[in-house]
Design a protein around this ligand. Structure first.
Ligand code: G
Ligand code: G
Ligand code: NA
Ligand code: MN
Length: 257
């Protein structure tokens, strides 16, 4: 309750210097060049210090603050991409969406459209990550919303793939362009024959459907080698970089190009 109140106050004050986005690179599977970043929300509470999104996002969802919080993320990520562009750094940015944002498609579409326009951004520079379990909830409504988001020109990505129960016929109808294999499978890649089989099958399935695959949570060179051999398109994880503040990301990207 207290967290909800403090979060609402921070949002009413434009983030109050407490909210920030960290950015984690996605690199090409073959060349390991940076192709884009995922924005991850951080909250530095004035008294309690850093609070993770796994703690405060559920609070925001429960207390009706998630739309305002999600709007703040959209605006800030787009502002940042435009700033990087003006500094000569072209990066695509991915934003994580909450289920409640998807359930209010009008407001979401408007917010996205305005943020893109205001920052002179092409919609193709923005992608939206939706977890597999959220995408499967209320499939009919989700499909209609994703169609409208797709029509806006933003790209769509299914996050934490492998943990939900996607029907393949449903997946095929969605205008998504990317699957992100859940971190749990990547972690077990070197020790579990089952994880290896699942990762191989997901990559082949994605490619057969014309989708790009990202492996998340890559931590070892062994995992990266295995994923490269399986033709995984993009890799993300601590092996390459942790989520970092925007200023640090600029230096990281320049070093790694
Ligand atoms: O960055 P970290 O590993 O702590 O993230 C924990 C969880 O919080 C992840 O599931 C991530 O997708 C989620 N998360 C991070 N940033 C955002 C955000 O801006 N919006 C939403 N809805 N979820 C986020
Ligand atoms: O649910 P989602 O996939 O959006 O969660 C992303 C979260 O995963 C972020 O909070 C990020 O900090 C975390 N993460 C990113 N790379 C790694 C990694 O290599 N290992 C682990 N354990 N976590 C990671
Ligand atoms: Na994500
Ligand atoms: Mn994920």
């Amino acid at each position: 309750l207290e967290l909800a109140r403090d979060l609402r106050a921070a949002l009413e004050d434009g983030g109050a210097g407490q909210l920030s986005l960290h950015y984690q690179p996605k690199v090409a599977g073959d060349t390991q060049r940076v192709l884009g970043v995922e924005a991850l929300l951080r909250w530095q509470h004035p008294k309690r210090g850093a609070i993770g999104p796994a703690t405060f996002i559920p609070v925001a969802e429960r207390f009706g603050i998630i739309i305002a919080l999600g709007d703040w993320v959209i605006d800030e990520a787009c502002r940042q991409v435009a700033e990087w562009r003006d500094q000569g750094l072209r990066l695509r940015v991915a934003i994580n969406l909450s289920v409640q944002q998807l359930r209010q498609p009008e407001a979401l579409l408007q917010r996205l459209q305005h943020a893109l326009q205001r920052n002179g951004m092409d919609a193709s520079q923005l992608s939206l990550e939706i977890t597999e379990s959220v995408a499967m909830e209320d499939a009919g409504a989700t499909e209609r919303t994703l169609q409208r988001l797709g029509a806006l020109g933003v790209s769509l990505s299914i996050d934490d793939f492998g943990t939900g129960y996607s029907s393949l016929s449903y997946l095929r109808r969605l205008p998504v362009s990317q699957l992100k294999i859940d971190r749990s499978f990547i972690q077990d890649l070197e020790t579990s024959a089952d994880a290896r089989a699942i990762v191989k099958a997901v990559i082949e399935l994605a490619h057969a459907l014309g989708l790009e695959v990202v492996a998340e949570g890559v931590e070892t060179t062994g995992q990266a080698a295995e994923l490269r051999a399986k033709r995984c398109d993009k890799l993300q994880g601590y092996l390459f970089a942790r989520p970092m503040p925007a200023a640090e990301l600029v230096h990281w990207a320049r070093r790694s190009q």
